[in-house]
Design a binder for this molecule. Structure first.
Ligand code: ADP
Ligand code: MG
Length: 240
């Protein structure tokens, strides 16, 4: 499980996370919503140790991520991350892209890593794109490739940072469907998203962030049906 305790993050004097307390249990799907600049991406980067923190603690499976002795490579193997923009290697095929981290980070044999890559590409519906280069894929296919790259490390957790925000509207659905499939398979997921339909239908809980504060967290029914915070109410009124 992921435990975040009184997390404070500053960029210089800019206080961007102001005492976040949050626990995500195994198998849970949490969606994080909130306006731009509220600290959602920064929280994800603090969880996998890409950002230093100034106060508090992030504990993943009992290991304190920001401890000096923490093995960040090992922690990150367990935290698959998918960003807004695809980040695949253009000179490698889809299969080679997905096989890369198992080969290099997990030090699997070429045959083993290619077998995992093939399996993961099939899993996200790209069985017919094994030998395709990223540039020949649609944006939705590229995002599914990014998801399969993360899955190839067999992470316990998946962190999505607006995985569909850069896509043309007609390509959003296939990526959300892939995320929904992972949720149904029991993957533990934290999804920063602007897709309110996804947040409502797929999440176990939804958290609303405002100006570095987690103002409200609850079931989708609570957050979308009876939001307590005025900021949440205003945000939802504007995105609907
Ligand atoms: P969100 O993902 O909710 O849009 P971010 O986590 O990206 O918000 O940003 C939160 C705040 O931190 C914003 O005010 C942003 O400008 C600031 N910020 C984010 N990254 C950096 C950085 N590397 N250096 C300085 N300020 C940053
Ligand atoms: Mg962001």
């Amino acid at each position: 499980m992921i435990e975040i305790q009184n997390l404070h993050k500053y960029f210089d004097v800019h206080h961007v996370l102001k005492g976040i307390d949050l626990t995500v249990e195994k198998g849970e799907v949490l969606s994080i919503i909130g306006s731009s600049g509220s600290g959602k991406s920064t929280l994800l980067y603090c969880i996998n140790g890409l950002e230093a923190i100034q106060q508090g603690e992030v504990i993943v499976d009992g290991v304190s991520v920001h401890d000096k002795g923490a093995d960040l490579n090992r922690i990150r193997q367990n935290l698959g991350m998918v960003f807004q923009q695809w980040n695949s290697f253009p000179h490698l095929t889809a299969l080679e892209n997905v096989a890369l981290a198992p080969r290099i980070v997990k030090k699997l044999s070429k045959a083993e890593s290619l077998a995992i890559a093939e399996q993961q590409l099939k899993h996200v519906g790209l069985a017919d794109k094994l030998d395709a280069y990223p540039s020949s894929l649609s944006g939705g296919q590229q995002q599914r490739l990014a998801i399969s790259r993360a899955l190839a490390m067999e992470p316990e957790y998946m962190l999505f940072d607006e995985a569909t925000s850069a896509l043309d509207p007609e390509l959003v659905g296939e990526v959300l469907e892939t995320m929904r499939m992972l949720a149904e398979e029991g993957m533990t997921m934290i999804c920063v998203t602007h897709e309110m339909g996804f947040a409502r239908d797929v999440s176990d809980r939804v958290a609303y962030f405002h100006d570095g504060v987690m103002e409200e967290i609850g079931t989708p029914d609570q957050i979308f049906g009876t939001p307590v915070s005025q900021h949440t109410q205003k945000f939802l009124a504007n995105v609907r």
